[in-house]
Ligand binder design. Structure first.
Ligand code: ADP
Ligand code: MG
Length: 696
């Protein structure tokens, strides 16, 4: 057998792995010997040292060696075997709820035993419940191991000793045939970042050398663990970069427009573009003029003017006789795009179609027909755009707004609709949730990124204050005063649960409470459970200043643009992420007057919550806010489950290993330059062969 094949053998090749065990291992995704080797211990137990009873600490796991003082069966309540032991420094009780007569007899007074288990605080001193124990002859027999014992993740029916034996057998085969698992990180990379070899790392983790402490092994400073996480990150990034390369095999339509058309488009706008907008437009134009598909992400703060940039991309498609699809996560937002595009493309001879789930019957049929026969140039809508019934005549560009609201697969589904033979449409993705650089690298290595880092002129930063909900009366007075000046207000109700129902109820209650104290103020209410048409009516009324105060749930997060609304109250801001709060706050500060955001928290505010709200007060830069959010909450929460769901790591842990990300790019670069032959092997090892390419 060649050495590579050794670890590809099925687990059945090992001693002691029967049919049942195979099924159980399979539940842990373990099929081949190599899978066993990458099945790392969950934690370690320290059986290297005997502790005395007087040094025990509740909650810790300890090995002790003591003599039985007395053993009795307690018949009150649950039948229990209680065994008192002592090592001359103190007493400890062992409790057994399941026990046999033999067990009872073997624990006779004076017997020397060693026992291992968790220390608990019982009614009468410390105790161990169902410890592992052994009757021994002399104290020296007590030491069961000279190194830490690895404890592996299990599945039902699988015993710790069986899996440990299996891993040890696989590991022995590997150690005898080191080539069976080649080290895919080149020596240059290992030396540079001071990581151990793959073999050392795996052996350290499965069979810790005597003297290594539990702490050192279970925490990230452990170079063995770090090295594996590092390799896994590298593999993920390489895989994304590969799919980007793979993309180059596809053709895309060349999209461009004449100077004259550009002029006409710009003249139609009621403003001139910021320098940042112009720069991003150039980047997009360069991509689209190319016959390979663009995959570009525009990151820009709320209000930075991403929409008009995407409209320019649409112009490129239209001028080249291609269709463009614009997908937004909510109807509200899709409608806003519709209004803007109607305005901006007024002078252009183009049919704009609006397609959402609400569109039914004949109107829907007509819309679908116009999309299919190519009559419609611009198609704006929600998720409805990638339904099966929708076919495009000549889709050349896909624009996706607020991409974090969509999964990768939804994004790809829309793009696939434009696929013809070897051609795919260009894709432009927009987000107002800036992603810290390190995470972007891991998540979006396959995208090109453009950043709009400048707000349109004349925007005055929103004055942000944190205020306790006990001062609600003052807030209400402020609203009254504000409305008397002819200005408008948002009141945002939040709840931590995803439950839309509860959130809507809270908003309804708040609206009626406010209506009672502010009888002269015209109050509207929007929440996610309103019908889209009703929601739109309320929003329109607010926009046209037929309402003074809009009570809303977080549905307005990605919402409308009402420059006259310069005051926002956010209830329970401590429940939201910083980036989300920042997005909400972006709804105000769109006019030329001073605007305010009051963060009305429930006191007492925890220290971290206070710190977080402070960040919002201090800066209005979405990128800084995102970095801080990452620092304070960690990447898992920050990215939201939907996003981290794309990345399933075997060993790496984003929270624990964040700081490794900085080194990943550098290592990836070295591997791409000098060891390209390792790339497919790394991807295969960590992601399997089938992933990613399917998505492109
Ligand atoms: P976002 O980046 O949050 O999607 P929008 O595209 O909705 O921002 O733009 C916010 C507002 O700013 C809109 O009313 C838009 O018309 C306006 N706007 C965009 N670019 C400029 C500009 N260069 N100068 C002035 N106003 C602009
Ligand atoms: Mg937007």
């Amino acid at each position: 057998m060649d050495s590579q094949a050794i670890l590809n053998q099925a687990v059945t090749s090992l001693n002691g792995i029967g049919r049942q065990a195979v099924g159980r291992l399979e539940k842990l995704d373990i099929r081949q010997l190599r899978d066993l080797i990458f099945h790392l211990p969950l934690r370690y137990e320290d059986r290297t040292r005997v502790q005395t009873i007087n040094e025990l600490i509740p909650g810790n796991i300890a090995l002790i060696c003591a003599r039985v003082v007395s053993t009795s069966i307690l018949n009150r309540g649950r039948r229990t075997l209680i065994c008192q032991i002592s090592d001359e420094t103190g007493y400890l009780s062992l409790r057994f709820f399941h026990f046999s007569a033999t067990q009872h007899n073997s624990l006779s007074s004076g017997t020397l035993i060693s026992c291992f288990g968790e220390i608990k605080e019982g009614y009468s001193g410390y105790e161990m419940i169902h410890p592992e124990y052994k009757v021994i002859q002399q104290i020296n027999d007590c030491i069961t191991s000279d190194a830490l014992t690895a404890i592996y993740p299990l599945t039902e029916g699988l015993r710790q000793t069986s899996i440990r034996k299996a891993v040890q057998q696989a590991l022995a085969l590997y150690n005898n045939n080191p080539d069976s698992l080649p080290d895919l990180l080149p020596a240059a990379v290992l030396t540079k970042f001071q990581y151990p070899s793959l073999n050392t790392a795996l052996n350290t983790l499965h069979t810790p050398a005597p003297g290594i402490s539990v702490y050192a092994l279970q925490n990230s400073p452990n170079p063995a663990l770090k090295r594996l996480a590092f390799e896994e990150f590298i593999a993920h990034q390489l895989s994304q970069l590969q799919s980007k390369l793979f993309d180059k095999h596809w053709q895309a339509p060349v999209l461009k427009c004449s100077q004259k058309q550009t002029q006409q488009f710009l003249i139609n706008l009621s403003f001139s573009l910021t320098r940042a907008q112009q720069r991003v437009i150039k980047e997009i134009a360069a991509d689209c003029a190319n016959n390979s598909p663009m995959l570009r992400l525009i990151q820009g703060d709320v209000g930075s003017g991403k929409t008009v940039v995407s409209a320019y991309a649409a112009l490129l498609a239209l001028s080249s006789q291609y269709q463009v699809a614009i997908m937004a996560p909510t109807e509200l937002l899709a409608e806003q795009h519709l209004r803007n595009f109607n305005l901006w493309f007024k002078e252009f001879d183009t049919k704009i179609i609006f397609l959402t789930g609400q569109l039914k019957g004949k109107k829907r049929q007509q819309a679908l027909a116009a999309i299919a026969d190519g009559n419609a140039g611009i198609i704006i809508g929600t998720h409805a755009l990638f339904q099966d019934a929708v076919t495009f005549a000549r889709l050349g560009l896909v624009i996706i707004d607020e991409q974090h609201r969509f999964g990768v697969n939804q994004r790809m589904a829309l793009r696939d609709k434009g696929q013809h033979k070897n051609t795919k449409p260009h894709q432009l993705i927009m987000t107002a949730t800036p992603i810290p650089r390190t995470l972007a690298m891991l998540n979006y290595a396959d995208l090109d990124i453009s950043i709009i880092d400048e707000l349109p002129p004349g925007r005055i930063p929103v004055v942000t204050r944190a205020i306790s909900s006990e001062r609600r009366a003052e807030v209400v007075a402020k609203i009254s005063n504000w409305v008397q000046q002819g200005k408008q207000v948002y009141w945002v109700c939040t709840l931590i649960e995803e439950s839309e129902v509860l959130q809507c109820e809270a908003a309804e209650k708040t609206a009626s409470m406010l209506a009672e104290i502010l009888p002269d103020v015209r109050i509207g209410l929007v929440h996610g459970r309103l019908k889209s048409a009703d929601k739109d009516l309320v929003m329109q009324a607010f926009k046209q200043h037929q309402l003074d105060l809009l009570v809303a749930t977080t549905v307005i997060e990605v919402g409308v643009d009402v420059p006259n609304a310069g005051l926002m109250i956010i209830e329970n801001p401590e429940r939201l992420g910083l980036s989300q709060l920042h997005q909400l706050r972006g709804r105000v500060g769109r006019g030329s007057d001073n605007s305010f955001c009051l963060l009305m928290y429930q006191s007492p505010l925890s220290r971290t919550a206070g710190q977080r709200l402070n960040i919002l007060r201090e800066t209005s830069d979405g990128f800084i806010i995102a970095e801080k959010d990452l620092e304070l909450r960690g990447p898992g929460e920050m990215m939201g489950t939907r996003q981290t769901g794309q990345m399933q790591f075997k060993i790496a842990n984003l929270e624990r290993d964040t700081e490794l990300l900085d080194q990943v790019s550098e290592a990836v670069h070295i591997i791409q330059q000098d060891y390209p032959e390792n790339i497919p092997l790394l991807i295969e090892r960590w992601l399997g062969t089938t992933t990613k390419y399917a998505e492109v």
